[in-house]
Design a protein around this ligand. Structure first.
Ligand code: HEM
Length: 386
């Protein structure tokens, strides 16, 4: 019986080498035929090698006994098992000994309070993992990861402001920091849109993010939005509201798909008071000082940067990389396109609404955003500041 640490290491090594090579070989074959998947005896041999060898290595981990004590190691192991299950789903191949593999995933998920599948955090925050050796996948994971880090930097700056007060000179520094971080999100989104090949993304990268079953329950697919910072920013800026039923669905739906420490942040974010509200409160208590006005202007710049980065996500990533190629995808593949599971137009409708909320752009009869409140803030700081 292998020592558990050694069995985990062996599995990890396999994921980094043989698994990577086999997936790459399959992807090159699919890409050459411009198809999302192909079937045929030679390719089935490769698919079976992934399924069988992975299951054997996971079985060794289970046989070696107890799960890791350290929570981070358990989360990383969940990601490793999930990567394997995600690849089996992508190549449409059954998992041998699926009960054994899935029960390990379930045990790890239950011990951490998260969905028992791999999510984007496993690929970029808990190690750096790709399914293939394709350049486009490296570009995709890297720039998504940079986007997440930048969002986290912005959230980190903003969440410190309520305690110090919105008119503090130190809040000015944090607002500048948040704006710069959100400009970085736009930059990494832009680089991604200019570097990533649409067909590579659609045919060779996206299919690994599909929903898959664990223990008879289907868990929705992975996406780069499964982290708390973007929601903390929405709520701290006051662009989205914790009592809005649409936004509540967004939050509760993603809860199981973010890492455990992000769950704590999501819980804290829904009870706080927004900076927008704090600015109004402070303006109402006395004359608008030069510092308060300058901070309010910085706040508005942060809101603009958040809207710009997310509008870019919608119009320059989601549409060209997903919506447009989906129009040309074979009929039988179209139902299967989104990561979350609902039909593409439903997912796009939700993303459009988030884009409107973050950009504070009302759509009459469809969505009311913070547009009027931001205009009011502009009035308050100008009129009362004279
Ligand atoms: C080719 C690149 C990308 C495409 C095609 C894309 C597409 C999508 C889609 C379709 C969803 C909805 C998932 C679903 O329900 O099925 C989504 C969610 C999300 N994505 Fe992306 N995405 C890309 C890159 C990025 C990057 C670089 C970031 C930056 C961190 C990002 C941030 C988010 C966020 C935050 C969400 C969650 C929904 C929300 O709160 O807005 N995405 N993305």
């Amino acid at each position: 019986m292998a020592h558990q640490g050694a069995a985990v290491e062996q599995f990890d090594r396999w994921l980094r080498h043989e698994f990577l090579d086999l997936n790459t070989e399959l992807e090159e074959a699919y890409f050459a035929a411009h198809r999302e998947i192909l079937y045929g005896p030679d390719l089935e041999v490769i698919k079976q090698a992934i399924a069988l060898n992975g299951a054997k290595l996971v079985a060794q981990i289970v046989e070696a006994g107890t799960t890791p004590v350290d929570a981070r190691e358990r989360y990383q192991l969940l990601g490793a098992v999930g990567l394997y299950l995600g690849a089996c789903r992508r190549h449409e191949v059954d998992v041998p000994e699926h009960e054994l593999v899935e029960s390990l995933a379930n045990l790890l998920g239950a011990s951490l309070g998260v969905a028992p599948r791999y999510v984007f955090a496993h690929q970029c925050l808990y190690g750096y993992r790709t399914f293939t050796a394709l350049d486009d996948e490296r570009v995709f994971v890297t720039h998504n990861g940079l986007g997440v880090l930048s969002y986290q930097r912005a959230a980190h700056a903003l969440r410190r402001i309520p305690a110090m007060g919105v008119s503090s000179p130190l809040a000015a520094y944090l607002l500048e920091d948040a704006r710069a971080a959100l400009d970085d999100v736009l930059l990494s989104n832009r680089t991604l849109s200019e570097t990533l090949n649409v067909d590579r993304f659609f045919l060779n990268i996206r299919p690994y993010f599909k929903p898959y079953q664990v223990g008879g329950v289907e868990f929705r697919g992975a996406n780069a939005g499964d982290f708390a910072a973007i929601n903390e920013i929405d709520l701290l800026l006051g662009l989205c509201a914790a009592h809005d039923p649409f936004y509540q669905r967004v939050l509760t739906e993603k809860y199981a798909y973010v890492p455990p420490e992000d769950q704590v942040l999501l819980r804290a974010a829904v009870t706080g008071v927004s900076l927008l509200e704090l600015l109004f409160r402070e303006a109402a208590t006395g004359p608008v000082t030069a510092q308060l006005r300058a901070n309010a202007e910085r706040f508005l710049a942060v809101c603009r940067a958040h809207g710009a980065a997310y509008t870019f996500h919608h119009h320059r990533l989601v549409k060209p990389f997903l919506e447009t190629p989906a129009k040309h995808a074979p009929e039988e593949r179209v139902n299967d396109i989104t990561a979350s599971g609902p039909p593409l137009d439903v997912v796009l409708g939700g993303l459009q609404r988030l884009s409107d909320l973050r950009a504070a752009r009302d759509r009459p009869g469809v969505v009311v955003t913070a547009q009027a409140s931001l205009n009011k803030l502009r009035e308050v700081i100008n009129v009362e500041g004279r």
